[in-house]
Design a protein around this ligand. Sequence first.
Ligand code: AMP
Ligand code: MG
Length: 385
Amino acid sequence: MIILGIETSCDDTALALIETREVGGVFECRILSSLVHSQAELHSPYGGVFPTLAKREHEKNLPVLLEKLLEESMETQDSGSKTCPWLRTGIQEDNKNDKIPIDIIAVTEGPGLEPALWTGIVFAEMLSKKWKAPIIPINHMEGHIVGSLLRSDKSGGEWQRLKPLQMPALALLISGGHTELVKIEDRQDSLVTALPQFIYTIVGQTKDDAVGEAFDKVARLLNLPYPGGPHISRLATEARKKNISSSVKLPRPMISSQNFDFSFSGLKTAVLYAIRDAGKLSGDFKLGLAREFEDAVTDTLDTKLRKAIEETNALTVIVGGGVSANSYLRAQFEKTAAEYGISLYLPSKHISGDNALMIALVGAFHYQTRPRTIRAHGTKRLDNR
Ligand code: AMP
Ligand code: MG
């Protein structure tokens, strides 16, 4: 089966084409092509994502990206161990790609920025009519969970099996729009398929800002470009190397609360006060503050994760979302998983952020199992960042 994934929930325009099959009752997939066009530079002057600009860019990028995706997929098919002649034939027979036999179109339906999401959905509808392929609407957050099960994000025709999940599992989703802890269980009553069927329960989430949003806002306070996460992380790493620490101690919000919820707006405000009280900011002050902020975020996420592992008896932890690219956090989660003797699945850094590979993969899950999984709950629009 060939699945096209479309992702336009925020400021990344992404398309992916994957092929799936079942071998001896086991699901396998291979990546024909996966492309992400980031608009980060364009939104940088606004210090966050500007929704109408994102919409305009998605509209402009999608057809160009599709053209490139099909070309790349064709090369993958040719260089792969098994060639699929249909793709080449489809393109050769009709230059406008009218007859490309794509079985399913999987498109992100939410959560995300409404104008941005619509461009992907309208594009999917247009292709669905043209190619007579069904559309499967996909929840973006489920994409981040399932995407972390991929062993490789490389296009190139290699077949891969997904990482096995030992249940119950927990997912910690940390991105620019969300911070959530999700419990994952098997559906025992399900039909037997090559793919597992999951039940998701959100056990904790942020009460206000998402963790990525906090990184971005703190970066803005320190006059660093958007998206700020990688810049804060770079300063924090430098501070550790130079042994510079902060004279200001930042709070670890809600770490003593009995639930698994998070809150990051107070942490951001504490940074604001620290900067205001410092007056003129020295280089070392900035380094120390970035380090202390990264420490505070790491302590907070890790404390909640540990509590959730204990409470749910999780045997596997999945981490997903743009913030999971953070090396310091990744190292801490590795330590935690090792201490509890459980598996940790981190996405490769290429697919920690938004991508369409994960959307196409969830499309394969839903095509077989069709449960409506995570609701588009607590959707927070990012336009007021
Ligand atoms: P997403 O919403 O999943 O696209 O992720 C984007 C968010 O991830 C933004 O808020 C970025 O600042 C954040 N981010 C990306 N890389 C890092 C990093 N290395 N450390 C912390 N945050 C990061
Ligand atoms: Mg995301």
